[in-house]
Design a protein around this ligand. Structure first.
Ligand code: HAM
Length: 402
């Protein structure tokens, strides 16, 4: 027997209803904030992710589904959505056109990680990317939008924020950190590698020994330039105004290399070790880095499977019709009626004649709002028998009226 690959899964009803509910809820809110749908290919050139997510990241270093296609192109399954959206933004020449553009997307992402609860090799994200707005109020807006989405899904969270500085403050801080790291012995293998490729990622190490060694490491938040400092203050002030509680985590550096300034993560205490339900931040240099015209940008992505473990679904409501035949002679009429009614509503049926009791049972099981039956009497008088399964009201109406 052939099973799905490790870390990948099939999703069926009723799980898919939860997935669908999350996408619909987030889409509705993203529209309200002026974001529109973008779809980019699942397969991209490997170089796109190497240059954006960064060679020093675990994602590029260890987790990519990378292979050569039949044309000998080095390609990989997207491990995240931002890089593809930025590529599309540049390819459409939106960078040259200027102005602001706001996109949202959802779909599968692939990371060859060690599967565990909340961590899959094929998982799904709902993400947003906003281009052309350098004002920190845009960062605040997308955090508010994400909060609105989580509230609508009835998901509790805590928010962590940090600032990763900009080209005018990061290099000075970075050399200070490197000096500290050079004088620190006993860091794990990953940290030793990151020390050379992307030293700030060392701050994020989960190894307990490294955490102790890094206790007194210099922090970017204490070395921000005036602009970054002011922006971070403005962000905090807006969050305070909207009574969004947050925790400044000066060691929050995110696992992707493209960030500068605002970085944030929404975390849940209810889903175990893989607690990040969404993450994002500003990436003002990425468009230029991928050969576009310099354009400020900010975005986030949520892990849909992790949200699915937390979402509280609204009570299911009855919907549409169940239409059944009470005798063989009514089968054709029922078939036609079902197809006509489907132009306006969800309709279920059975291709055999059954008793009223059995049809009512099936209508109830399928959560139809109305059960409609046609038997000999109805055929003779050109009527239908209809019962509202919520109010329990029954009546006979003309077929044309139905
Ligand atoms: P990320 O933090 O790598 O950011 O992923 C975002 C979210 O995807 C995580 O918070 C988590 O909920 C979910 N996720 C990540 N890996 C897995 C996995 N293996 N299994 C299940 N869920 C997972 C990004 O991907 C950035 N592109 C976000 C962004 C958009 N930044 C700016 N714009």
């Amino acid at each position: 027997m052939i099973n799905a690959l490790r870390g990948m899964k099939d999703t069926l009803s009723p799980e898919n209803e939860v997935y669908d509910y999350i996408i619909k809820t987030c889409t509705r809110i993203a529209h309200r904030y002026g974001f529109s749908l973008i779809e980019t290919p699942i397969l991209e050139e490997t170089a796109l992710f190497k240059r954006s997510v960064g060679e020093s990241s675990d994602i590029v270093g260890k987790e990519m589904y990378q292979f050569r296609d039949k044309g000998d192109n080095d390609v990989c399954l997207r491990p995240e959505g931002t890089a593809g959206v930025v590529r599309a933004f540049i390819q459409q020449k939106y960078d040259k056109a200027g102005g602001t553009r706001r996109f949202f997307y959802h779909g599968p992402m692939f990371r060859y990680e060690r599967p565990q609860k909340g961590r899959l090799r094929q998982f799904h994200q709902f993400g947003v990317e906003s281009f052309g707005e350098a004002d920190v109020r845009e960062d605040a807006t997308i955090i508010l939008m994400l909060k609105t989405m989580l509230d609508a899904l009835d998901i509790g969270y805590s928010l962590e924020i940090n600032s990763l500085g900009c080209p005018s403050c990061m290099p000075t801080y970075r050399s200070k950190l490197v000096t500290f790291l050079e004088n620190t012995e006993g860091l794990c293998e990953d940290c030793e590698r990151r020390k050379l490729t992307n030293p700030i990622r060392v701050l994020d190490c989960k190894n307990e020994h490294c955490k102790t060694l890094l206790k007194n490491a210099p922090l970017i938040i204490e070395h921000l330039c005036l602009t970054c400092k002011e922006d971070f203050e403005t962000l905090k002030r807006i969050l305070d105004t909207f009574e969004i509680s947050y925790h400044v985590n000066p060691k929050l550096v995110r696992g992707l290399d493209y960030y500068s300034k605002t970085a944030f993560e929404f975390v849940s205490s209810e889903i175990g070790a893989q607690s990040a339900i969404a993450g994002g931040g500003r990436y003002d240099r990425l468009v230029e880095f991928l050969d576009g015209k310099a354009t400020p940008a900010v975005g986030f992505a949520m892990g849909i499977e992790r949200l699915m473990d937390l979402v509280k679904m609204p009570e299911p409501t009855r919907e549409g019709y169940y239409i059944g035949a009470l005798c063989d002679e009514a089968l054709d009429v029922v078939f036609r009626l079902v197809e006509t009614k489907r132009l306006e509503a969800k309709v279920l049926t059975h291709y055999e004649a059954k008793s009223l009791k059995n049809h009512l049972k099936l209508a109830d099981k399928n959560e139809a709002k109305f059960c409609v039956c046609i038997g000999e009497d109805e055929l003779a008088k050109n009527t239908v028998w209809i019962k509202d399964l919520e109010s329990k009201e029954e009546k006979i109406i003309a077929m044309a009226q139905f």
